[in-house]
Design a protein around this ligand. Structure first.
Ligand SMILES: [Ca+2]
Ligand SMILES: [Ca+2]
Length: 227
């Protein structure tokens, strides 16, 4: 074999290898979307390449469910299989048992029952756990009453970046949740004085507010199943 042929064969081999790797991380659904690993996370697009959307910030090996409504994928950080809706919402993962004590978090890692502790927050803060960056892992977060304000401190699990957001008054009750359904926890408070819920929507940064409840009620947000 001459050197030109050898070079050509090597190039063809490399191309085939890269195609195999790419193919191993893609999945096509019955609804026409393609899911693929990209930029460290999971994305989907139409077969013609349009409507390319990144759904998660981490994950590999996406696979659609037979009806195209769900995507299963793998995360190496937590060595687990995760499930989400085809639009990236409602990511599932195992919950770890955890407590917050005087500014320190203690938890039992569900993957191996390993005991962990980390300091984030102050003794008087309220823990407001959630997945604010939508990577499928819980972020350390606390709500701090400062004068008349409520300050949310969040440590994002995806890149360890830290943010402080002024949202609500000191007498408000923090009620974090994914109210806009984009897979990321929204900063939100319930105001007992007027029964209003004030949500900072993670999807677009807009505020939504709604009156529901009376002074003295205990806010209990959840994804209730329609009766
Ligand atoms: Ca997170
Ligand atoms: Ca959200």
């Amino acid at each position: 074999m001459n050197s030109k042929k050898l070079t050509l064969n090597l190039i063809i081999g490399a191309v085939l290898m890269s195609l195999m790797i790419f193919a191993s991380q893609t999945s096509a659904s019955v609804n026409g979307k393609i899911a693929f690993a990209n930029n460290g996370g999971i994305s989907t697009m139409n077969p013609d390449g349009s409507d390319r959307t990144q759904l998660t910030n981490s994950g590999f090996f996406p696979a659609f469910s037979p009806d195209g409504s769900k995507i299963a994928f793998y995360r190496s950080q937590s060595a687990g299989i995760y499930l989400m809706n085809a639009d990236g919402s409602n990511q599932t993962g195992k919950t770890d048992i955890a407590v917050y004590r005087d500014g320190t978090w203690y938890w039992l890692r569900s993957s191996d029952n390993g005991f962990r502790a980390a300091q984030f927050g102050m003794a008087t803060d309220k823990p407001v756990v959630g997945d604010y960056d939508g990577d499928g892992r819980t972020d350390f977060a606390v709500f701090r009453q400062v004068a008349t304000s409520g300050i949310w401190y969040v440590l994002r699990s995806s890149n360890k970046s830290f943010s402080a957001v002024n949202w609500g008054f000191n007498m408000d009750k923090p009620v974090p949740g994914d109210y806009d359904g984009d897979g990321k926890t929204d900063i939100a408070v319930f105001r007992p004085g007027n029964g209003f819920w004030y949500v900072s929507q993670s999807s677009n940064g807009n505020m939504s507010s709604q009156q529901f409840g009376l002074n003295g009620d205990v806010p209990a947000p959840s994804a209730f199943t329609p009766q």
